[in-house]
Design a protein around this ligand. Structure first.
Ligand code: FES
Length: 173
């Protein structure tokens, strides 16, 4: 093999462009190709950052606003009316009063209303009309028909809820 065959002749090769011509800055006044793409990209990034900022602000503001919201005033509170003729001796009626479970019992004298949450850990007590007692299904607490603790892991009575009789209704407000 001759030297010409190994390296080829100069006419066989194409010369690469001069390095300076490839990296020359654009001429003055010529539009930069990168600026055509950067405007939509910038708008997209601004939109993304704005959206993320709004979501982040919402995750902070909403819990704080919920915490600071004032409780419902008494006039906005729910009023529970129980028709007296729906009360039957030795039976209990359960009602919701602004999120508090109430139990109304009528044992032949006057209807009484209690918060039906057990004073131990808050389970709903069940009325036993035959024995005139409330039983808690969670840990076995027993209350008499005046809401006083009889046995079990409780020392506090059921909370008494004020009620009045008006026009044939037991009104809890
Ligand atoms: S919650 Fe009622 S006895 Fe424990």
């Amino acid at each position: 093999m001759t030297e010409h065959q190994a390296t080829g002749t100069p006419s066989d090769r194409t010369a690469p462009p001069p390095l300076q011509a490839a990296v020359q800055p654009p001429a003055a006044g010529a539009a930069e190709p990168a600026s055509d793409l950067s405007a939509p990209r910038r708008t997209f990034l601004k939109t993304c950052i704005g959206g993320m900022t709004a979501v982040s602000a919402g995750t902070v503001v909403y819990p704080v606003a919920s915490f600071l919201r004032l409780p419902a005033t008494l006039s906005e509170s729910q009023v529970v009316k129980v028709p007296l003729d729906s009360l039957h001796e030795d039976q209990a009626l359960y009602r919701d009063f602004n999120g508090v479970p109430l139990v109304v019992v009528y044992t032949g004298r006057v209807p009484r209303v209690y918060d039906a949450s057990c004073t131990h850990l808050g389970c709903l007590v069940a009325w036993d009309g035959g024995r005139h007692r409330f039983h808690c299904p969670c840990h076995g607490a027993v209350f008499n028909d005046h809401g006083e603790p009889v046995s079990g892991p409780v020392s506090r009575p059921l909370k008494v809820i004020e009620a009045s009789v008006e026009d044939g209704f037991l009104v809890i407000a």
